[in-house]
Ligand binder design. Structure first.
Ligand code: GLN
Length: 209
């Protein structure tokens, strides 16, 4: 009998996807709470062994220069790059978006990224105009129930160049602020600091596929 015709109490329970949160710096706790709210099982990642067996990984918002430096010190840089190349779903918010960009502008001289998304991102691009702001966004790929997404930008980057495989999910004043390339997702803003978990739900879905 097909699974969806079985009585509810006989249906196999779906395993909660185990999603790592890179926990070297940034708003780790907020991502953990959002992932829990979406039915995932978050796992803090501070050392390479903690990357084993993940269904996905979140790179939080914070300070990309610090996340980069500590990831390299803790031996996480190369394994994360390898997992991205192997197709692990990864979501980056703000500093995390910077870390997923193949190329960055206004970075520190030594700054490196994990890369994975064929795009050029400018650090602190919105921050030069206004340090932080909130705006209601329509984001493609989220449940279309008409509610704009409360997008919080804090010294946020924007995308200046996009490869042809990168899909733009949302823009602010002509600048892409939410993008997806395959199983990699990035936003300039911080859905983890709002009570709206639709972006995390989309990512958990990507990790469950
Ligand atoms: N400006 C920060 C950076 O370059 C990102 C800010 C954020 O994550 N809120 O890493």
């Amino acid at each position: 009998m097909p699974v969806d015709e079985q009585p509810a109490d006989e249906q196999p329970t779906r395993r909660r996807p185990v999603i790592g949160v890179l926990a070297v710096q940034g708003d780790v706790r907020e991502h953990v709470a959002a992932l829990n709210a979406c039915g995932a099982e978050p796992r803090l990642v501070r050392r390479p062994q903690e990357l084993e067996g993940l269904d996905g990984l979140v790179v939080p918002g914070g300070e990309s220069t610090t996340i980069d430096r500590l990831s390299r010190i803790f031996g996480l840089h190369e394994p994360v790059r390898r997992l991205i190349a192997e197709g692990l779903p990864v979501y980056g918010s703000c500093a995390g978006m910077i870390q997923l960009a193949d190329e960055i502008l206004d970075g520190h001289a030594e700054q490196q990224t994990f890369g994975g998304i064929d795009m050029t991102v400018r650090r602190n691009a919105f921050g030069r105009q206004v340090d932080s702001f909130e705006t209601g966004l329509q984001i493609r790929g989220l449940p279309q129930d008409g509610r704009p997404f409360p997008a919080v930008f804090i010294r946020a980057p924007w995308v200046e160049r996009l490869g042809e495989d990168v899909e733009v999910l949302a823009e602010v004043e002509g600048h892409p602020v939410a993008v997806r390339q395959g199983r990699l997702l990035a936003t300039s803003f911080h859905p983890e600091v709002t009570g709206d978990h639709r972006v995390h739900a989309l990512f958990v879905e990507l990790c469950s596929g």
